[in-house]
Design a protein. Structure first.
Length: 157
């Protein structure tokens, strides 16, 4: 990937709304429903991967770990909802499964918002999708430019 100039990107910050610090259960319903839809979408995509490749459940788990560089336990916890789905998770999941930009963006819209080219992290991900990069290649570029390590230990191919 070419050298990126951080000045070319906008800083994306989510401003808190003026509101009470108290949250009612009814105020959380839309958030919880969106998170549920995202978990279901991830679970369905995992099932689709299983069927397309005619894998057993165990083989699917192993392949997803290898392709996405996400421990199976993290994928499982994300699907059942004991771990919150993050953009970092989605970067690796979508890239590992070779999703199109449009398909990947459906997941991000349910997470924290659609992919945004003026956000450096999203830009690196979009370029990785376009170039067909592996998660390991993406993780190296991401760490170099963003300064966050996405993969604890890169596996040798």
């Amino acid at each position: 990937m070419e050298k990126l100039n951080p000045k070319e990107f906008e800083m994306v910050e989510y401003q808190p709304e003026d509101c009470s610090l108290r949250v009612t259960a009814s105020e959380l319903v839309p958030f919880l429903e969106t998170q549920k839809k995202l978990r279901e979408k991830i679970g369905k995509r995992k099932m689709q991967f299983t069927v397309e490749n005619d894998y057993s459940v165990e083989k699917t788990n192993d392949e997803l770990e290898n392709l996405c560089l996400i421990p199976y336990d993290t994928i499982r916890k994300t699907i059942i909802g004991t771990t919150k789905c993050t953009r970092h998770f989605l970067y690796k999941f979508c890239l590992g499964l070779k999703m199109s930009f449009e398909e990947a963006n459906e997941y991000f819209e349910l997470c924290d918002g659609p992919l945004y080219e003026k956000c450096m992290a999203d830009y690196i991900f979009i370029k990785a999708l376009e170039q067909g990069d592996t998660v390991a290649e993406f993780a190296k570029d991401y760490e170099l430019h963003v300064g966050i390590k996405l993969v604890k230990k890169l596996r040798c191919s």
